[in-house]
Design a protein around this ligand. Structure first.
Ligand code: CA
Length: 517
């Protein structure tokens, strides 16, 4: 017969056994972040709007459809209008106004020529060196990137493809310095010289002193292989180790595609040419199809390895589809019904095709219309990985969207989202130019630094941003201008200076009275 003490001991033993069992059965999920470059909201056969558009009929992305069928589609996911600000927000959880990597990075310590040569504005010395894990690097956003935290939590972290979050000659240019165990083909540059193995991805005598040749893929030099395919093969190869060892992995699959140069993937271009599409557009469509094939191959691989049920897949792009230049057809129309494209604060520049499949969590074929922004990925990925109580030197602006995934019904939309671009991109067009902007609920206010004027749109009623309501909805304009100004001041955001009088561009709130009177 057991005495009370023995029963207690037995109970404790059973309790401890069951705890061990629970811990063992809750293996951390693998995470695949499939991150496309410059892919627009409409560059897919998955409809992200209320109806299927002409672009949804044109672009064939069966594997995105498959992912959407298995998981959740986000219809209002935002990034910033250009590469590096988005990528630094992704890596740090900070808004661009705070991290100050507000334009795309390349050369150490230097503003780019289109900024130094601007005829009306003198731009601030933003963090041109990008992200830095080292606090001593000047003109850099010092932060602890989330891959480091995943590493500390036991994840095997793999970077494949385009990095573009640190300038040449700074620690942030190398993914190995920001928390990745493996880096395949990532460096400071934001575009490949060539997508073709037959051209060594740009590694030729002619371009050897430029930043654009893709590093680390020597195995494929001279082969008839497309860059996206080579990256996929290397990713699969890199996954073998953690899968064999039963270690959870984080794969950041950051394609160079569909960024310029617009070079056809020969495997996919013929059908688009045959349908009579403009040659450039046919090439572009083949790059989209090639991207989709890569996604599908990775999904197949996870299924073959029987780990699909414990692997979260997130699909996202880093800015809107290119439309201001280098495309066939009419500029600023490639993201319709959205206005404009890459480089613009109009929806075409910032709204992204986003999908999430979280086995056992995301209901199949579900749709989430709540809005979110790129810095939200930082706390989300860590929460998905089960990492809690992490410490960072940076303030994190992002909010985890795990709760939005678990409860996808429309929420209170009082949260403001902010964009800040005291910079010059180059081309001109709708929504392109130095600006600050806020979205709250259905409303978006844009403040242009050059003319210190506003655009106010009701995004729900006018997704194409054709009706500027700044002169009509005066109280909405004033409220959003205050909200935006307060945030910019709170994070000590940088503003340009007018060349003609050496005065700093006014805060939005200080231009409200002149705008509405
Ligand atoms: Ca980009």
């Amino acid at each position: 017969m057991f005495k009370p003490f023995s029963l207690l001991l037995l109970g404790l033993l059973l309790l401890s056994c069951s705890e061990t069992k629970d811990a063992a059965s809750s293996t951390p999920p693998n995470i695949l972040l499939f991150f496309v470059d410059d892919m627009g909201w409409q560059d897919t056969s998955v409809p992200f709007w209320r109806e299927k558009t002409a672009f949804n009929h044109l672009y064939q992305t069966p594997n995105m459809e498959r992912l959407a069928q298995q998981g959740m589609k986000f219809t209002q996911a935002y990034a910033t209008p250009v590469c590096s600000p988005t990528r630094v927000s992704l890596m740090t959880g900070m808004n661009a106004a705070r991290h100050r990597v507000t334009n795309w990075t390349l050369h150490k310590d230097l503003l780019q020529p289109m900024e130094t040569g601007h005829n009306k504005l003198r731009f601030p010395h933003w963090n041109v060196n990008g992200l830095s894990p080292d606090s001593t690097v000047q003109y850099a956003a010092y932060a602890k990137p989330y891959p480091m935290i995943l590493q500390e939590a036991g994840y095997h972290t793999i970077h494949v493809g385009k990095a573009h979050f640190g300038a040449i000659g700074t620690p942030g240019e190398d993914p190995l310095n920001v928390g990745f165990d493996v880096n395949i083909a990532g460096h400071a540059a934001g575009a490949p010289k060539s997508y073709y193995g037959t051209e060594n991805f740009g590694n030729t005598e002619r371009f050897k002193d430029t930043p654009w040749p893709v590093p680390g893929l020597d195995t494929y030099h001279g082969d008839s292989i497309y860059l996206t395919e080579a990256l996929k093969r290397e990713a699969v190869h890199a996954l073998e180790k953690p899968i064999a060892e039963g270690q959870p992995f984080f794969l950041y699959m950051a394609l160079y595609a569909v960024h310029t140069p617009i070079m056809a993937d020969p495997r996919f271009v013929e059908p688009y040419l045959a349908m009579g599409l403009d040659t450039i557009e046919a090439r572009y469509a083949s790059m989209v199809a090639s991207m989709d094939k890569c996604l599908g191959d990775l999904m197949d691989f996870l299924e073959e390895k029987a780990i699909a049920d414990n692997t979260i897949i997130l699909f996202m792009s880093d800015n809107g589809g290119l439309s201001a230049l280098a495309r066939g057809g009419q500029a600023h129309t490639h993201n319709k019904p959205l206005s404009s494209g890459k480089g613009s604060i109009h929806e075409g520049g910032i709204r992204e095709p986003m999908l999430v499949k979280w086995p056992g969590v995301t209901p199949a074929q579900s749709v989430n219309d709540n809005y979110l922004i790129i810095e939200d990925f930082y706390p989300t990925l860590l929460e998905m990985a089960g990492v809690k109580n992490y410490q960072t030197p940076q303030v994190i602006d992002g909010r985890s969207f795990v709760d939005l995934i678990k409860n996808p019904e429309p929420r209170d939309q009082s949260r403001p989202l902010y964009w800040h671009y005291p910079n010059e991109w180059g081309p001109t067009g709708p929504g392109i130019g130095a600006f600050s902007a806020v979205r709250q609920g259905d409303w978006k206010l844009i403040y242009y630094h050059d003319k210190e004027n506003f655009e106010l749109f009701n995004i729900k009623e006018d997704i194409g941003e054709s009706q500027n309501l700044a002169a009509i909805e005066k109280s909405k304009l004033a409220a959003l201008a205050l909200e935006l100004s307060n945030y910019l001041k709170a994070v000590d955001a940088q503003m340009p200076v007018h060349r003609e009088n050496n005065e700093q561009v006014a805060w939005p709130i200080d231009r409200v009275s002149s705008a509405i009177n």
